[in-house]
Structures are given as structure tokens and as C-alpha cells.
Design a protein around this ligand. Sequence first.
Ligand SMILES: O=C(O)CCC(=O)c1ccccc1C(=O)O
Ligand SMILES: [Mg+2]
Length: 352
Amino acid sequence: MHYQFQFRPYRRRFVRSLTTSHGVWDTREGIILKLTDDLGKVGWGEIAPISWFGSENLEQALLFCRQLPEIVTDETIFSIPDELPACQFGFESAVWGVGSREWRVGKHQGVGNEEAGEDNSTLSSLSLNPKSKIQNPKSLTYSALLPAGEEALEVWQTLWQQGDRTFKWKIGVYPVAEELRIFQRLAQTLPSLTKLRLDANGGLSYEEANLWLWTCDNVKANSTLTVEIEFIEQPLSVDKFDSMLELSYCYNTAIALDESVATFNQLKTCYQKGWRGIFVIKPGIVGSPSRLRQFCWECEVDAVFSSVFETSIGRKAALQLAVELSRHNRALGFGVNHFFAEEEEIWLKNLW
Ligand SMILES: O=C(O)CCC(=O)c1ccccc1C(=O)O
Ligand SMILES: [Mg+2]
């Protein structure tokens, strides 16, 4: 099979910046891809790298797109090197889109519009609301991302009113004593049956990680606190795998790897080294979706799927995988809409 290939770089500022232990992030840059087959069927894809997380950077992705011919084949796409994982995801999901009904949604709301002659060849003919698009037997629940520090104490309330029941709070940003105080207040005020994830982005020392895990175990043991601490995400830096494996045996509170499993080869390596805890998977940067699918099925990976702040185009492909591969009712780490201005649809239409 061969396809006509077109692409458009984009740049988009968040309405609020994301502060993690890696620093402040306030602009998403990426590339929208369009593949058109001989019959005129179209598939859209998105490359949304995060180089500080271990994927290629935007420049490398752009160089790759620029050196491709105007006509590309399945062979080209399925041999994109592992050094370009966000490109693997973008191109493979665009190919998948060419053959899929999922993109063939016109003006009408709803999934699986079967009418003949539906046209998805322009972005303005796509309906991009992700929550309305995914047909899903299990109901989808999202984890809403809270800002670091005290701001979380305010922000969760608005999100709760909008229906969110799982939250993720960034830690490892402010001094540990300060964050622990805020955490106690959060744990006391979050309504019962709320789930809370803590994401350290690799920013804790070994001692701090122990202190956090111990504190979370105490919340669990304290019958007056009814919030559930679901896991601590990436407590230590990527080079501290052995320590995280050890910590995962020492506490009741679960640990999820994120930066450590950013790309497929890292994911496979951690699994081979014995990690059977939670894996945070960011489809947008992990690499080839078909390879990921096979691995997650075979190894029964306990995966939490997570956004890379992509647009609806990448998100749709990522959620497709998430719906297929999530286990244990894990909420999807795609509750990030509040980082973006509304009207993404209009923004995307103007882009193409
Ligand atoms: O996973 C989520 O719940 C939201 C997404 C998220 O936290 C994130 C988004 C972009 C880059 C890094 C991260 C992260 O998990 O550290
Ligand atoms: Mg994370």
C-alpha cells in the first residue's frame, strides 16, 4: 500500500503551565500528519514528542518528515527506527486511520456513522470531541491532573464538580516537608472513595521516597481517611531502577514506573528485569502501537495510559489503545483538558 504524505508543524501554548520536577512546560510543539491512499481515503496522525522524557525532539521528527518522499509505503512506516518513537506512533496511527471507520465521522455526533460518502479528508469534516468518539464497553474514567503545590487544594474542587473522582498530584517540586503538609490536607479533605495518584517525576531522593511511601501506607492504615492512594509514580530517577524495585516490595503503596518506561525498549527491559508493578504508558512517545499491543497482551501488563498533551488527533489513537489494553479499571491519565484553551476544533481547522 502507498500513501500521499503531507504534514504540518504546530505550536500551542497551554492556558496553565505544567510544573514537574523536570521544570516548567508551557508550549506543546508537534506535527500533524495526513496520509491519503489511492482511493482518496485519509488517515490523520500526530507526532508529539517529549524529549525531556526520552523521546526524539521536535527537530529530529521534522527532519525525518522532511526527508520522506511525497509518496510513502507501509514498508517505510513500519521500518521507522526506534530512535524516533513519537514518529512511529504518529505514522502507524495514521495508517490505521486510513482503513478505519473511526475517522470516517462527518458532521453528525456519535460513533460509527455508517453513511456512505462520509468525507474525512479535511480536518473540518472531523468531529473531534474525544469523549464522544470512543465506543467503549467498559466505561472510561479519567484521572484529572492537579498542579503541583498548594494550588491543588483549590483546583481539585472544580474538577470534582465536573465529575472527576481520580486525581494525580505532582510532587517532588517543592521541599518535601511542605508537600507532606499539603498532602495531609488533601488526604483529609478529598471526599471518600476518591483516588489519588502522586507523581514525583523522578524527583525524590531515596530517603524522601521512603518517607512518601511510609506516609501513604499510614493513610491507608488510618481508618478515618477514606481517600485511596492508588500509587506513587516514578519516585526516583530512571537510573535508580533497582531501588524502585526494592521499594515496591517494602511498602503496601504501589509504585508506577513512568520515565523509566517511556519508550518500548525501556518498557521491555524493565519487565525483563522483573518489574510486575504498574507501568505508565504514554502511547504518543512509546513507539509502534502494534508492537505495544502485542507486548501488553502477552505479558498482561498492568498499564495506566497517559497523555503527552497531544491534540485530539493523537489522543484518539492513544485512547483506542488505552481502551483495549487497560486492566484493573485503571483511570486513564487523559484528564488534562483544563490545560488547554477551549475550541481546539477551531484551532485544528485553522492549522490545516
Ligand atoms: O498521566 C497523567 O495523568 C497526565 C499526564 C502527565 O502527567 C504527563 C503529561 C506530559 C508529560 C509528563 C506527564 C507525567 O506523567 O509525568
Ligand atoms: Mg509521570
